[in-house]
Design a protein around this ligand. Structure first.
Ligand code: MTE
Ligand code: LUZ
Ligand code: MOS
Length: 753
């Protein structure tokens, strides 16, 4: 693989040269912080004693909510989250005090001597119970189109049931953290592991009671975010900054894995009810769903995640009559947050479960029902967006042509006929994912490009590199526009002083938004440079272009090289810096009626998954996942394939083995890597075959590329239903609740009861 093809970070990673928060050389005098957190899931603080802790040698300061100079508020959407708990604590892991010391060891020792005594308040960990008791983070929302109530009467079959999906730990390799450095004049510089530099800046400004222009947030790269650092990096940035502000020395706060697992939120567990009505031929006429989202102790991003669930309720299917309602439950666990797919996967799991249920009642294979109902041009999504350039059918057909759904099933059935203990199952999983932040205003980005007099190029955008390869994509876009070698281009850190008011790098749209902004800035520079060349060559600008670092005149190479051109521009006093702004066109959503065109476009694809279950032990393997995916015109096939594979594995983990469990007291049981299992190389299917759907062009993605970060996560849902089908092959009358993750324990329970 040639260098320029892979992510700009890859070589550094392999050599161990990449810097994460913990690798930054700290300024002399740096102090180290740990967070003391609530020992109970819900309680009123009776006493908070820090005297013993302050006596530990090396301890410099212990800060509590009383020490916050500004507002004790960091809630991003709803103002319901304090930085440090005041009188009441709402979950185990909620920050109560910040311990600052000369060493991390001293800080930890002091933390163990802090005494927090609480009067217990009732603990709720179940979203349905919370909703029944009226504990909601925000009012419920209902989306509707057509009249499902009427339509159910026309249906040959109506199925009703329940489908639950669990939480998921982000398990970014780099835990949350930041380094805050006090600068001259009361300014603070924060080096943060965040997907949202502006979110950190804003929260810190508020907490410290100083304007945003006194705070600079700088992000080099993240050792993974997966949504967990879209909003939840803010607390750790603000806490380190609070420490630096108070003690006037640099403060580094990097969570230990154990603290990170306990203190940070996860994917939202959902418990949902569905009702699906179909004709005898399997055409879906009506769908209703009620979602109970476990939001955790405060709103965080739950309202937006709930909205994306509602927007993805019907997955890739055109359904004329739909009504969906979502409740966001306030429970006493760490506030749940963004995680790859952002509520979309939870919504899709429910309709896929309903389709399995219907398939059993109708005696039609689930894949036939899926295929018959795929959304097409001319249809509308039930939230009003017209379907254009749909690739659901194209992806399905190509998957069928290349991977043969029927033959796969025949093989599975032949295997099952000759095996009694081992059973195989197959499932098809079409996906359809809307690209754009559903809060329309977030769909904006800007870029700042400098060309230096030696011809090298520096690019700053709002995009945060977290392993997804966005820097390489932006580099590719700028290199193509300027027609210079990518080696000339340097992608700078993401910095709030260079690029302001950044939307988080999220919603899979980092490369789309920032790539477009960078493209606009590069085009502006190119225009100026062509004008310079036109003056030198005494010709018109339309005759000129730049190709491979040389000015081309009427199709012929000139003497003017890139370096000569840059030098002429500089001497001719033409600005070699450009700033550009991009806002996604033609999107809007009316939240009063829950209708509109929230997405710039959709991403489609189809996967075929096969799995084998050992029906005596409940142990299983996911054998093969074959996918045809709609990448648009990929900017980088290596990166995009890596994204698709990684997302798929994360989706399989969520659906099969990753199990977030709390006990009744709200204590996280899966609180270490020995009790929380993620897919490893052994859990990886022997076959992962991902093919590019040809002939797809994104209308807004840079150079017609499509967003890739989240959509393939949802292929993981296919693993659940492949296992489900294998179990049914063993015991056709087994009652298998739709309850993910489908751990080997659950498999065994369902097959033996
Ligand atoms: N890939 C890696 N390696 N690490 C990550 O943290 N985050 C995912 C996805 N792919 C992530 C990743 C999530 S949740 C999103 S929204 C997108 O990357 C964000 O980046 P993009 O918008 O540039 O695709
Ligand atoms: N964040 C957000 C997201 O604020 N809005 C979104 O629509 C979204 N979608 C996916 C991931 N993060
Ligand atoms: Mo991704 S959940 O949008 O950070």
């Amino acid at each position: 693989m040639r260098n320029s093809n892979v992510s700009v970070d890859m070589q550094k990673h392999v050599r161990g040269e990449s810097r994460f928060i913990d690798d930054h050389p700290v300024p002399s005098g740096t102090l180290f912080a740990v967070v003391a957190d609530s020992p109970v899931a819900h309680g009123r603080i009776k006493s908070l004693s820090i005297t013993d802790a302050l006596n530990v040698s090396g301890v410099v300061s212990i800060l509590t909510s009383k020490d916050i100079p500004g507002e004790n508020q960091i809630g991003g959407i709803i103002e319901d989250e304090s930085l440090l708990a005041g009188e009441v604590v709402h979950f185990i892991g909620e920050p109560v005090a910040l311990v600052i010391a000369e060493s991390i060891l001293a800080a930890k020792k002091a933390r163990s001597r802090i005494r927090i005594e609480c009067e217990a308040l009732p603990v709720i960990t179940d979203p349905r119970e919370a909703v029944a008791k009226g504990n909601l983070l925000i009012p419920p929302r209902t989306f509707q189109s057509g009249d499902p109530e009427m339509a159910f009467k026309e249906c040959a079959v109506v199925v009703e049931g329940r489908a639950d999906s669990g939480g998921q730990e982000h398990l970014y390799l780099e835990t949350q953290g930041s380094l805050a450095i006090p600068e001259e004049g009361g300014r603070i510089r924060i080096i943060s592991s965040t997907q949202g530099p502006t979110a950190v800046q804003k929260a810190t400004a508020r907490v410290l009671g100083i304007p945003m222009n006194k705070i600079e947030v700088d992000v080099l790269r993240l050792g993974g975010g997966f949504g967990g650092k879209e909003d939840q990096a803010s607390a750790w940035g603000a806490l380190a900054a609070l420490g630096a502000f108070k003690v006037k020395r640099p403060v580094k706060l990097v969570l230990s894995r154990h603290d990170d697992l306990r203190m940070t939120g996860k994917r939202h567990p959902y418990s949902s009810d569905y009702k699906l009505g179909l004709t005898a031929e399997g055409k879906i006429l009506a769908y209703e769903a009620v979602y109970y989202q476990d939001g955790g102790a405060c709103a965080d991003l739950s309202p937006a995640i709930m909205e994306r669930t509602l927007l993805h309720a019907t997955n890739s299917y055109a359904i004329p009559n739909v009504k969906t309602t979502a409740y966001s439950a306030k429970t006493n666990v760490a506030p749940n947050t963004a995680f790859r797919g952002f509520g979309g996967p939870q919504g899709k799991f429910v309709i896929e479960a309903a389709i399995r249920h219907a398939s059993e009642m109708l005696g039609i294979p689930a894949y036939e029902i899926q295929r018959k109902n795929l959304i097409q041009d001319g249809d509308s999504f039930y939230y009003g967006q017209k379907v254009t350039d749909a690739k659901a059918v194209a992806a399905w057909q190509k998957a069928d042509e290349e991977f043969h759904i029927k033959n796969t099933l025949t093989d599975v059935e032949a295997f099952n006929a000759s095996h009694s203990r081992l059973k195989k199952g197959m499932a098809v999983m079409p996906i359809c994912f809307g690209i754009s932040f559903t809060s329309t205003f977030l769909n904006q980005a800007s870029a700042l490009i400098h060309i230096y007099t030696d011809g090298s190029v520096s690019v700053s955008t709002a995009a945060v590199e977290m392993g997804q390869g966005v820097n390489q994509k932006i580099k590719t876009v700028v290199a193509r526009v300027l027609s210079v070698s990518p080696e000339r281009i340097s992608i700078e850190t993401t910095n709030t002083a260079r690029v302001a008011n950044t939307s988080p790098t999220a919603a899979s749209s980092g490369a789309d938004l920032n790539g477009n902004a960078a493209m606009l800035a590069a085009k502006e520079l190119k225009k100026r440079l062509i004008a310079v060349a036109a003056t030198i060559l005494k010709t018109s600008e339309d005759e000129l272009t730049i190709q491979d670092e040389v000015v081309i005149h009427a199709g012929k190479k000139t003497e003017i090289t890139w370096n000569a051109l840059i030098f002429s521009a500089y001497v001719g006093r033409v600005s070699l810096s450009a700033q550009a702004y991009y806002a996604t066109p033609n999107i809007s959503f009316d939240r009063t009626i829950n209708k509109g065109t929230p997405f710039a476009y959709h991403v489609y694809g189809t996967s075929i998954t096969t799995a084998t279950v050992d029906c005596l032990t409940g142990i299983y393997t996911v054998d093969a996942v074959r996918i045809v995916h709609d990448f648009g015109q990929s900017l980088n096939k290596v990166i995009d394939l890596g994204q698709a594979e990684g997302a798929l594995m994360q989706g399989i983990g969520w659906m099969t083995m990753e199990e977030i469990r709390h006990n009744k007291d709200g204590r996280l049981l899966a609180n270490s890597l020995s009790t929380y299992k993620v897919p490893d190389i052994y859990a990886t299917p022997d076959t992962i075959d991902i093919r590019f759907l040809e002939g797809s062009y994104s209308p807004t993605g840079p150079m017609n590329s499509k967003a890739i970060g989240e959509p393939p996560f949802m292929y993981g849902i296919g693993a659940y239903f492949a296992l489900y089908n294998a179990m049914k092959a063993y015991k056709p009358d087994a009652h298998i609740p739709f309850s993910a993750p489908l751990t080997p324990e659950k498999v065994l329970m369902a097959l033996t009861h």
